[in-house]
Design a protein around this ligand. Structure first.
Ligand code: CTP
Ligand code: ZN
Length: 154
């Protein structure tokens, strides 16, 4: 680290750092994506000062590499997040997120009558984007929900 300022959360040797998560969304991301369900060390920083976001959350998972596809699943919650891959203390890859075409097995369908609630099937939404407006269409009940409705229910 050649930075003048000290890191707010200790550097890691190998693994993934999810940076620039909006403040208050870090815990949600951690739980929703089951990032805490690992034997690896996970460090979390909440409400860290950030010049770009004012305040941000940050998650570091050691010895675990998040693929591009997995990273993009985060885009609905944290579109400005960056996923850094760390090897031997160096940032070797920096992924910026883009919305995927499908989001599977993460969000519950907001429609309480949807078959996905009673059956052991994974949820599946196709992502529809019109300019900045993002909507999700459930594969099972075919209802369309705004991004806000889906994130509020999850
Ligand atoms: N990081 C870490 N352990 C390392 C190297 C980096 O935890 N061994 C973290 C940094 O603290 C930072 C993120 O990984 O949160 C990205 O590192 P870097 O690209 O060096 O930081 P910035 O230049 O600030 O990144 P950005 O431009 O994305 O803001
Ligand atoms: Zn549904």
């Amino acid at each position: 680290m050649t930075k003048e300022t000290q890191l707010q959360v200790e550097a890691i040797k190998n693994g993934s750092v999810i940076d620039h998560i909006p403040a208050n969304v870090g815990i949600k991301v951690l739980k929703l994506f089951k990032m805490h369900k690992t034997n690896q060390r996970v460090t979390v920083g909440l409400n860290l000062p950030s010049s770009a976001l004012g305040a941000k959350d940050l998650i570091k998972i050691e010895n675990t590499f998040i693929s591009e596809d997995q990273a993009n699943q985060l885009a609905l919650y944290a579109p400005k997040a960056t996923v850094n891959q760390i090897e031997n203390y160096e940032v070797v890859k920096k992924l910026t997120l883009s919305l995927p075409e499908q989001i599977n097995a993460i969000f519950k369908c907001p429609n309480t009558n949807c078959i996905t609630h009673g059956e052991p099937v994974d949820s599946s939404f196709s992502v529809l984007t019109k300019k900045d407006d993002v909507q999700l269409k459930c594969k099972y009940c075919e209802k369309v929900f705004s991004r806000e409705i889906v994130t509020e229910h999850n």
